[in-house]
Design a protein around this ligand. Structure first.
Ligand code: FNR
Length: 400
């Protein structure tokens, strides 16, 4: 949709002309979604979503990193028609935005992943189904029709499950496999420990496992007959801390889909990813939920892109909150970004409609901000639009 920003903006302003204020009006300000989510969620689920690892300094760093880069808008550039589309792995998507893989959404809203997947599908935003979704991947696929979707793999300790997951994903119309590398085990999350809250132990987020033939084959009784034993078995097979780069060959053997590695922060790992022939990478620190004190994802992005040299797409997440964040990430080399927590606050507050409005508003903001910055296509974004806070070159008249 061309110039979605102006359209959405106008739609919202038009409410001014209606005689009665809309009692169901949802937030527009990002921070208000978070505040409203806090009101509707109990401590356990709220902190599971909003919290991070350890001191949560990585979570803060993700946001601060965006703030250190400033846009330097260009003028007189004919920005009447903007193009936000990007092509990834042979498919063109309307906006450089994907819905990040997020598990256990049933703890936030009764419709869980189905609401998020439907909202993404409506906008043409690819939805990345998590291995840890409460609703099984086939049901999510069914709710999405032909809309684009990827599957995120938590690589199980049991290779039969890992193999089965990617094959099920391929069979139900997912078009890429995102392998999350940063979660071979749950991180030290102080709030979840304080609240003694791990939703999987209550049978949430295990939908893909409980419907998986390879998982069920190792149980004495079905998960319906003996859920507790099934959950205990899940705790044994969920993560796999023994994986190394050599294991990628196993995955390549079992799927023809593009393989995208999520959680890359080291330039050397980017080099290894290239050497092992993966199809894409996602620079991410899991929203500050895994390694306390880790580098902000945005700060890791430039060096990773320097290694990759456009040979494969580099995506990023961790800290995307507004349109300008997307512009900064793309100017530093990302081909597209993943949106995580904002969608979850939308889901908590207003289900499918909430997720849709969060994404739609962020895309509208992107469209308007890119235009105001003097750029008419996201594909033209580069570092010429950016300056760093401590870099005063831009102010020196001799250089203008
Ligand atoms: C996640 N994330 C995540 N990642 C993944 O690969 N598989 C998963 O199942 C989950 N689950 C999950 C649950 C919750 C509640 C959150 C908040 C995050 C990480 C997610 O994909 C993404 O990397 C982060 O959300 C990005 O950080 P921000 O922008 O949301 O802060």
């Amino acid at each position: 949709m061309n110039n979605i920003g102006n359209m959405i903006q106008f739609q919202i302003y038009q409410e001014m002309l209606s005689p009665e204020p809309n009692p169901n009006k949802l937030p527009v300000v990002y921070e208000e979604w978070g505040e409203k989510a806090r009101e509707v969620l109990k401590d356990g689920p709220y902190y599971y979503v909003a919290g991070g690892a350890g001191s949560e300094r990585t979570m803060d760093a993700n946001l601060e990193a965006f703030n250190r880069w400033k846009l330097v808008p260009k003028m007189f550039r004919n920005v009447e028609n903007r193009n936000l589309s990007v092509t990834l792995f042979g498919h063109t998507i309307p906006y450089p935005v994907l819905s990040a893989p997020i598990g256990v959404q049933s703890i936030i809203h009764k419709d869980g992943e189905l609401a998020s997947a439907r909202a993404s599908a409506e906008l043409g935003v690819p939805y990345i189904t998590s291995s840890a979704s409460t609703i099984p991947m086939e049901k999510i696929a069914e709710a999405m029709g032909d809309a684009p979707r990827w599957f995120q793999l938590y690589w199980s300790k049991d290779p039969d499950i890992a193999k089965s997951f990617v094959q099920r994903a391929e069979a139900s119309g997912y078009s890429a496999i995102v392998v999350t590398l940063d979660t071979p085990m749950m991180a030290w999350r102080e709030y979840d420990l304080k609240n003694a809250y791990l939703p999987f132990l209550a049978g949430e987020g295990v939908g893909n496992y409980f419907t998986d033939p390879a998982f069920c084959a190792k149980l004495d009784q079905s998960p319906e007959e003996d859920p507790l034993s099934a959950i205990m078995h899940w705790t044994q097979v969920f993560g796999n801390a023994s994986l190394t780069w050599d294991d990628l060959a196993f995955l390549r053997k079992h799927t023809k889909l593009p393989i995208i590695l999520k959680g890359i922060l080291q330039p050397d790992d980017a080099k290894l990813a290239l050497e092992h022939g993966v199809d894409g990478i996602i620079v991410s620190n899991h929203g500050g939920r895994q390694v306390d004190g880790a580098i902000a994802a945005l700060d890791a992005l430039p060096l990773v892109c320097e290694v990759i040299q456009d040979q494969i797409p580099v995506l990023m997440d961790s800290g995307i909150r507004r349109g300008s964040d997307i512009i900064k990430a793309m100017a530093l080399g990302a081909k597209a970004v993943l949106v995580g927590r904002p969608c979850m606050y939308g889901l908590a507050v207003a289900g499918e409609q909430g997720v849709k409005e969060v994404l739609q508003n962020m895309i509208a903001d992107l469209d308007i901000t890119i235009g105001l910055s003097g750029v008419s296509s996201v594909q033209d974004l580069d570092e010429s639009i950016l300056t760093k806070e401590d870099d005063k070159r831009i102010l020196r008249p001799s250089q203008i």
